[in-house]
Write a protein that binds this ligand. Structure first.
Ligand code: ADP
Ligand code: MG
Length: 349
């Protein structure tokens, strides 16, 4: 496949949940591309539809949810929305892998970390016992787990939060995926460990030319990891721009609100400014701007027409264009130093 072609193209994705009381349109007409080697950050407050977008791509929307017929999810030249569950099993894990917020839900507590890795390698890559063991140790080393051969024999509860998340990343990489979806992978971790995991993801991405879809509600983390950012609000992408353009010149008032709520970024260093009000839960197609009730720039038309979907701004890909200044400022605030950035930093067991 030509490298100009996106690895993943999501077009007019609509995902709904049907309950006795109502229809929830969790994702409403979402469009974005991700290219090989690129990180697309998806940011928005809780309830914006980020996780449902990820689950839709993974084919993991459970009843009473449904990806609607007009949606298209093209991956590596194939239309995923047309796949049966058994066909999807060859995509999930093998081509697209996912890392969730809570590592304990992704690791089975009754098996050792090594066994879980070996099992995945045996089933999905057909490796025999010895080859699977060697590969499992190699994967744990790749994700910066010291003394990997010994730690293979430990259970998830014997790992610290950061080490567990490394274990999950190793499991996600076991089948050599082309796309890694990370859904708030560092939200449950303290800031030093978070910085180490972000560093690890960046290294892995470079080594493997991985595409990464990185979901978070944290604008500081987004600045650090993304090449491009899609801002999500109430099921819609309201802005899609290269990370530098997004921070330099935000186009949507919601992006502005999110930027103002980064601790320490507010003008004059005053109180943290948060956006008042809550993300609405859409019940059907938009008939007006969903951000209007919270928007400082709202005018009459906002009540009468739904704004068109945000077209992506900027060049398709500028991999070296992450935000050094902002991320360095964040890194300092997070206590991230040269020493702690090194992979496998001994402090975290
Ligand atoms: P985010 O990840 O951005 O915090 P989600 O994607 O989890 O948000 O949720 C988006 C919306 O979809 C929310 O309003 C949520 O209540 C709704 N939703 C998610 N999963 C379900 C479900 N299984 N049944 C009904 N509604 C759901
Ligand atoms: Mg979520």
């Amino acid at each position: 496949m030509s490298s100009d072609q996106p690895l993943l193209s999501v077009t007019e994705l609509v995902t709904e949940f049907y309950t006795d009381k109502e229809t929830v349109r969790a994702v409403d007409g979402v469009n974005f591309d991700i290219r090989t080697g690129e990180t697309l950050g998806i940011v928005g407050e809780s309830g914006s539809g980020k996780s449902v977008t990820a689950r839709s791509i993974m084919g993991l929307v459970e009843s009473p949810g449904k990806v609607l017929g007009e949606s298209s999810i093209r991956f590596d030249g194939e239309e995923l929305t047309e796949k049966s569950e058994s066909e999807y099993q060859n995509v999930r894990g093998a081509k697209i892998a996912m890392v969730f917020q809570d590592p304990l839900t992704s690791l089975n507590p009754v098996y050792t970390v090594g066994n879980q890795l070996k099992e995945t390698l045996r089933i999905h890559r057909g490796l025999k016992r010895k080859a699977a063991t060697d590969k499992a140790v190699e994967l744990l080393e790749d994700v910066g787990i010291p003394d990997a051969a010994r730690r293979m024999k430990e259970y998830p509860h014997q790992f610290s939060g950061g080490m567990r998340q490394r274990g999950i990343i190793a499991l996600a990489l076991a089948c050599n995926p082309e796309l890694l979806i990370c859904d708030e992978p560092t939200t449950a971790l303290d800031v030093t460990i978070q910085a180490q995991i972000l560093e690890l993801l960046e290294e892995i991405q470079e080594e493997r030319d991985l595409a990464i879809m990185f979901i978070t509600h944290d604008m500081g983390v987004i600045a650090e990891v993304s090449d491009r950012v899609a801002v999500m609000y109430a099921g819609e992408i309201v802005e899609n721009a290269p990370v530098i353009d997004l921070y330099d010149d935000p186009a949507h008032p919601y992006t502005n609100g999110l930027l103002d709520s980064i601790p320490g970024e507010e003008p004059g260093g005053g109180d943290l400014s948060t956006i008042e009000g809550e993300v609405p839960i859409p019940n059907g197609p938009a008939t007006r701007c969903r951000f209007e009730p919270r928007c400082p720039k709202a005018f009459e038309e906002c009540l009468q027409v739904a704004p068109p979907a945000a077209a992506p701004r900027g060049e398709p890909r500028r991999p070296q264009s992450r935000l050094p200044t902002l991320s360095r400022r964040h890194a300092t605030r997070r206590g991230r130093t040269g020493a702690s950035r090194r992979r496998g930093h001994g402090g975290d067991r």
